[in-house]
Design a binder for this molecule. Structure first.
Ligand SMILES: [Zn+2]
Length: 387
């Protein structure tokens, strides 16, 4: 082999490459670039399989080695909050906010997340302050929704009304909610013996939502409380054209108002008439008690049998068995009591009000479900499970 001069250039080149290789570990670069996606996918896989703890472990490890990854810190903060580790979520988002290189959108996003952490921790004041700061940003609408939740939990109804008005659009008018907020204000005014303010709030509720049954129920109570029984009757009777299923809510008070006006028979006839027009109404007890008190047990019993013929239903059957048990000779009493007990056991759910949104059951009627926080979602008849 013959020596050529240009080979000489190979020696410094090889030296240079060796020097570079010593300083830059190519394999390390390659493994590093692969590490991020692999651990990302590993974490993601845990998440998809509901193994949140494992996912957090992987992501915390990843964040430790790649503290420049802002998105990862967001994801971790979110995960901590979902797991209920609110303090860790708060720390993560506060650390994010301290980073000077954050772009405006990222900074606002971190503020939104931190406010959500505070809200979950029950620190409403701090959450409110941060959400309010996002008013003119892309997060304004989402922040307002959270603010609306805060104001409802804190019973700050004026602020809730203002926020719901800002949120209303064609997809959600918030008219049910705003009317209910006015009703809540009216209830507070009534407990403070401020009837004029209460009436004003109730009129605002009806102006917002003319089908707001609760407003008429409360207007009736307000009038009756001031001795205006005719006015009370007028308010309660308006419920029939709003949603007749709520008439039983005013049944006892209606009878009482007619009694106070010396028109007891008119009250009884009115309720009997309602039961004829709307046999499904949940006020059998009230009318039955009334007939038994003003006439006698036999007349009440006949009326009940007539109702059951027209509209067979379990609550009616229980009432009939109760009446039969009382009137039965001693030798038949035990038999009827057994039938009554078995029927009551089999129909226990019929004595409860049901939430049509989440299925929560309660003996008491709620205008706002204590389980899912929806307004006007409880069905107005006990035992009814669908509208
Ligand atoms: Zn519910």
């Amino acid at each position: 082999m013959e020596f050529e001069a240009w080979w000489l250039i190979l020696f410094p080149l090889c030296f240079g490459l060796g020097w570079l290789a010593a300083r830059v570990d190519i394999r390390h670069i390659l493994s590093d670039s692969k590490l991020l996606p692999r651990q990302y996918f590993e974490g993601l896989n845990h998440l998809l399989n509901d193994r949140t703890d494992k996912a957090v472990e992987v992501f915390v490890d990843l964040a430790r080695n790649h503290d420049e990854t802002i998105e990862l810190q967001f994801a971790l903060g979110h995960l901590f909050r979902r797991k209920g580790e609110i303090e860790r979520a708060i720390r993560m988002h506060q650390k994010l906010l301290e980073r000077p290189e954050l772009r405006q959108f990222e900074r606002q996003s971190a503020q939104f997340e931190l406010a959500s952490d505070f809200m979950k921790a029950g620190l409403f004041d701090r959450a409110e302050e941060l959400f309010a700061k996002l008013d003119d940003t892309e997060f304004a609408r989402a922040a307002r929704r959270h603010l609306l939740d805060i104001y409802q939990q804190e019973k700050e109804w004026h602020k809730a009304i203002e926020t719901a008005q800002q949120l209303r659009d064609t997809s959600h008018t918030y008219q049910h909610e705003i009317a209910e907020f006015h009703c809540e204000l009216a209830v507070t005014a009534m407990t403070r013996s401020q009837p004029a303010e209460a009436r004003q709030y109730l009129q605002q509720a009806l102006a917002e939502h003319r089908k707001c049954v609760r407003a008429n129920l409360l207007l009736g109570e307000l009038a009756a409380g001031q001795g205006d029984h005719a006015g009370a009757i007028e308010a309660w009777l308006r419920i029939e054209s709003q949603d007749h299923r709520f008439l039983p809510f005013a049944a006892r008070q209606l009878l009482d108002a007619y009694d106070k006006l010396g028109r007891a028979d008119e009250g009884t006839a009115l309720l009997k008439g309602f039961m004829t027009s709307y046999p499904e109404l949940d006020m059998l007890d009230v009318v039955l008690e009334r007939i038994a008190a003003t006439e006698n047990a036999d007349v009440a019993f006949d009326w009940l049998r007539e109702q059951l013929r027209r509209n067979p239903n379990m609550p009616g059957l229980i009432k009939l068995l109760e009446a039969q048990a009382q009137a039965a000779p001693p030798e038949r009493r035990a038999e009827i009591d057994t039938m009554l007990r078995l029927t009551q056991e089999a129909t226990r759910g019929l004595s409860m009000y049901h939430c049509s949104s989440c299925g929560f059951k309660a003996r008491q009627y709620f205008w706002r479900c204590p389980a899912c926080n929806d307004w006007e979602c409880f069905l107005p008849a006990r035992g009814q499970t669908r509208a």
